[in-house]
Design a protein around this ligand. Structure first.
Ligand SMILES: C[S@@+](CC[C@H](N)C(=O)[O-])C[C@H]1O[C@@H](n2cnc3c(N)ncnc32)[C@H](O)[C@@H]1O
Length: 467
């Protein structure tokens, strides 16, 4: 059995009373493992029918499934193709409760490594604007990589603190997720660092930080907008009590009742300072009651109605199209409908790097931006090199040249290792004599290759290659 901090155990026994034994026993059991299918790549139920893994539905997440220990979905080519995101099952409840709709503007304020961001993007179906922010630079890079792997075209990744963002985006977003940094008690089964770092003082520090982050998040929500606050900890100081304090200082906000949900228990109003019944509308996930780690969630609504959109400054898009004529040539050669890209106006150039920004973006001057939009590629002298991110956004039916390599074929392994593939090819393909080719595995795009004289040169990024 794992070693839990003594003071944590004492505290939980005091809070849970008779239930404490069942709670403690859950630490002797294996934790549930989950993955969430990416609807930008696959229809979840269709995928499950043909999946190489044995998958069972997570009751609170339509795209979420449990997989069994011993299966290794993280080591399968489908993972590199962004077909799914490996995610702790309880964490999947957050975006289900947020309920984002295509066309909306969404903020994921504490976003790395990207579990909620990639879930939101799937529900937006490429329509709308997602700002994914992470305060720690190294984690923001991992977030951007996951956004790329999942084939997301309409997300911007920033690396800011919540206050700086709030100055740029007052009353801007329709929905916001605050998946707050917390003491991580709910992750003790899998995270030794959280167990070692835990102390009552750390809980208090986390609660103060959560209040501050929420304060700034609230400023960015449109009147009438929805915000989900979540943590992966049990402590009432970081959950019901944070909500209680927030509602007292923000009378225009209220907790939304999303009704009974399978696997989700009501929040513990009695553990707040006032015992307000409202807090029963928040949710908890308990490891001794559901197949998932400890979690707390609350859906908040801001009162009022959004006024007319404020005038905000736009980014300065590329006006001179000749700058990216090589990119245009590439798009016309590879795509069935190049106009999907060539008719768009929201292009910017960072040095040699060409990006396509989501529509309705505002100028991000002064904001540390890791990924301003979809990285289209690099404009080199007289040629254009498409980016890996673009390959992952494309589908077989979008392109004129493709090669579909079965995930269990040795050539897929070779491709992921960065090796060159030579004709004759034994897998389905539509290839002309030469040029850029979208590489797929079992129909899911996974990268680019370039064909010349029967040799398919590998363009799988060096940093991602399998050893
Ligand atoms: C619970 S994790 C987020 C997990 C993420 N939402 C996901 O689903 O993959 C909390 C994140 O908040 C970040 N964070 C830490 N301090 C912060 C602060 N003061 N303001 C905003 N974010 C912070 C952490 O670096 C961490 O990545």
């Amino acid at each position: 059995m794992i070693q839990l901090p003594d003071k944590f155990m004492e505290k939980m026994e005091g809070l849970l009373g008779d239930e404490y034994r069942a709670f403690l026993k859950s630490y002797e059991e294996d934790r549930a493992l989950g993955l969430r299918i990416n609807p930008l790549k696959a229809e979840p139920l269709e995928f499950v029918k043909n999946s190489p893994f044995l998958l069972e539905p997570v009751p609170w997440a339509s795209e979420g499934f449990y997989y069994k220990a011993g299966q290794r979905p993280g080591k399968h080519p489908y993972h590199e193709a962004g077909v799914y995101y490996i995610q702790e099952p309880s964490a999947m409840a957050v975006v289900e409760l947020l309920d984002p709709k295509p066309g909306e503007k969404i903020l994921d304020l504490c976003a790395a490594p990207g579990g909620k961001t990639t879930h939101i993007a799937g529900k937006l179906k490429g329509d709308g604007f997602l700002l994914s922010n992470e305060i720690h630079p190294a984690r923001a890079k991992i977030l951007a990589q996951n956004v790329e792997r999942m084939g997301i075209s309409n997300a911007v990744v920033t690396n800011e603190d919540s206050q700086s963002l709030s100055l740029k985006f007052p009353e801007f977003f329709d929905r916001i997720v605050v998946d707050a940094p917390c003491s991580g008690e709910g992750m003790f089964r899998k995270d030794e660092a959280a167990r070692l770092e835990w102390s009552p003082d750390h809980v208090a520090v986390c609660a103060r930080r959560q209040n501050e982050i929420l304060f700034h998040a609230a400023e960015m929500l449109k009147p009438g907008g929805t915000m989900v606050y979540s943590t992966c900890t049990f402590s009432p100081e970081e959950n019901e009590q944070v909500m209680e304090g927030f509602l007292l200082s923000h009378p225009d906000f209220s907790i939304v009742d999303r009704g009974k949900r399978p696997g989700l228990s009501p929040g513990m109003a009695l553990w707040s300072k006032t015992g307000s019944e409202e807090l029963k509308k928040t949710y908890r996930i308990w490891p001794h009651k559901s197949e998932g780690e400890g979690h707390f969630l609350a859906v908040l609504k801001r009162g009022g109605e959004a006024g007319p959109e404020r005038k905000r400054s736009c980014p300065s898009y590329l006006k001179d199209k000749s700058v990216w004529k090589e990119a245009e040539v590439f798009l016309k050669e590879l795509l069935v409908k190049p106009e999907v890209f060539t008719d768009r106006k929201e292009y910017i150039l960072f040095g040699e790097q060409l990006y396509l920004l989501p529509p309705e973006m505002i100028d991000l001057k002064g904001i540390k931006t890791v990924r301003p939009g979809l990285h289209m590629g690099t404009i080199k002298k007289n040629r254009f090199e498409p980016s890996h991110a673009l390959a992952l956004c494309l589908k077989k039916e979008d392109v004129l040249q493709w090669a579909d390599i079965p995930s269990d074929h040795e050539d897929m392994m070779k491709y992921l290792k960065g090796q060159t593939l030579s004709a004759p090819f034994s897998w389905p393909a539509r290839l002309e004599q030469k040029g850029w080719v979208l590489i797929l595995t079992d129909g899911f795009s996974i990268g680019f290759g370039k064909l010349a004289a029967g040799i398919l040169k590998n363009h799988y990024p060096k940093g991602l290659r399998w050893m």
